[in-house]
Design a protein around this ligand. Structure first.
Ligand SMILES: *[C@@H]1O[C@H](CO)[C@@H](O)[C@H](O)[C@H]1NC(C)=O
Length: 455
């Protein structure tokens, strides 16, 4: 049998399976076509015109629509109809040859409620006077190229880890934007344990056909926390010069930066003081795009119980047990106590008296709780396990200690009376049995006495 015949036979034998497989490939095809570049709703935000000076900071925002495409020829998107609440003058065609904006996280399934975030603003190209950027504009560039409409856009993906910032250029009066510079981070929110190396992702792409690319770039990472800021790393890529900063253990991968636009920041060893926002800025001559990455150092506490081991407890005695949680960050901790008896059941003992926190030299916190264990109030039996439980964003930790209660408690009145009762019943049974045995034995020697004994 030839091969096509075998396939035909297979399909006729298993029509349902065939339809299923065909359907599967159809779905793949549809998937492939819909995972192309998105049409994004975007807030067009600009400063309010007029009123002279314009220092009021007042802005207007309008809905706009961005048709993303990878080359200017593919205008099939134009056939799509524009939602009625969007001004046709605010419909743009954005050509992004690197397809950065075609990431699936910016392209939700049709009808999904959650939408990627997007904002577009007019942008004014200008030289920067920062020492690590100034060299980019020291030679005269074609100002004619700058004479166009420039926009800066910020995008945030559905997965909330993708952030993209672009600078686009449109010939004056045109709706056709070209991405000239894009900066991307795939880690908008990073959590790290203490002491571990941290990677804050940032990468950029510059349109190679633009006269602004190829004449150098600069990268700057700035740290921001509660109003304080400092430059962590600043690098002049044109002169291959790293600015002096006070930051130790912060690095760029210079090879990856020049070859692939990998501007990721590497922190060799995470410290509590590293928690905060990091802004990755990439400069081309006259242009700047940036993304912000949040870093949080999360370290769960280490627990210890004092005294250790616990002293033997005498019923009626009150034991003071201390649980110390140390080395944790951030300052968000819930301490409590538990007792697990011989029956294996756990009982909560409350949170004890929790002390205020202390911060140590490395920025981590410590806090403790004291449990006053009144052995007469609680039915602890012969003892069990006392545990201190710490619930922290970095995870739940527990420490346990064995509690032994010595001496035996005297039986209660109820117990004594029950014991007397049992003894009486047993005595009665024995009496009855021996009487039956002896009586049956005397009247009928053939019968087995056991029958009466165990009724
Ligand atoms: C960027 O560089 C860092 C450090 O060398 C590396 O870990 C990361 O994988 C690189 N990212 C990309 C997209 O190449």
């Amino acid at each position: 049998m030839s091969e096509p015949n075998a396939i035909l036979l297979f399909c006729s034998r298993f029509p349902v399976l065939f339809k299923f497989i065909a359907g599967f490939f159809l779905v793949l095809l549809v998937e492939a076509s819909t995972s192309s570049c998105p049409v994004l709703e975007c807030w067009f935000v600009q400063e309010k015109a007029g009123r002279g000076g314009g220092l009021t900071g007042a802005t207007t925002q309008e809905k706009s629509l961005l048709h993303i495409q990878t080359d200017a020829q593919s205008h099939d998107a134009a056939s799509q109809k524009t939602p009625t609440d969007i001004n046709p003058d605010r419909v743009y065609f954005v050509t992004d040859p690197a397809a950065t904006l075609c990431h699936h996280s910016l392209n939700p399934p049709r009808g999904s409620v959650k939408k990627p975030q997007c904002e577009i603003n007019p942008f004014l190209p200008q030289p920067s006077s920062l020492t690590w950027v100034a060299s980019l504009t020291d030679s005269a560039l074609s100002p004619i190229y700058l004479d166009a409409e420039w926009f800066s856009s910020a995008f945030q993906g559905l997965n909330e880890q993708l952030g993209i910032s672009t600078i686009t250029r449109a010939p004056t009066g045109s709706k056709e934007h070209n991405v000239i510079l894009s900066v991307t981070s795939k880690t908008l929110s990073v959590k790290s344990r203490l002491g571990e190396p941290v990677l804050l992702d940032c990468g950029f792409w510059a349109d190679p056909s633009s006269p602004l690319s190829g004449s150098g770039f600069a990268v700057e990472w700035r740290y921001q926390f509660r109003g304080n800021g400092r430059v962590v790393v600043a690098y002049d890529g044109k002169r291959d010069r790293l600015a002096d900063t006070q930051e130790e253990g912060a690095m760029l991968d210079f090879d990856g930066l020049h070859k692939k636009g990998n501007a990721s920041l590497i922190l060799q060893e995470a410290k509590v003081r590293h928690s905060g926002t990091y802004i990755c800025s990439v400069y081309l001559p006259y242009l700047l795009a940036q993304v912000a990455v949040d870093l949080e150092i999360v370290e769960p506490p280490s627990l210890s119980i004092h005294p250790s081991p616990l002293p033997l407890a005498v019923p009626g005695q009150t034991l003071n047990i201390l649980c110390e949680a140390s080395g944790f960050a951030p300052l968000s901790l819930d301490l409590s106590w538990e007792f697990k008896g011989a029956d294996g059941k756990s009982r909560p003992l409350g949170s004890g008296s929790v002390t205020g926190h202390r911060q140590t030299w490395d920025g981590t916190y410590s806090q403790s709780t004291r449990l006053e264990l009144d052995t007469s109030k609680l039915d602890l039996g012969t003892g069990g396990e006392i545990s201190c439980v710490a619930v922290h964003p970095g995870g739940t930790r527990r420490a346990s200690a064995t509690l032994n209660v010595i001496g035996f408690s005297t039986p209660s009145i109820e117990d004594s009376m029950a014991m007397v009762g049992v003894a009486l019943v047993l005595y009665g049974l024995i009496k009855f049995a021996s009487w039956t045995f002896s009586s049956s034995g005397s009247t009928n020697g053939k019968q087995k006495p056991e029958k009466h004994l165990f009724f």
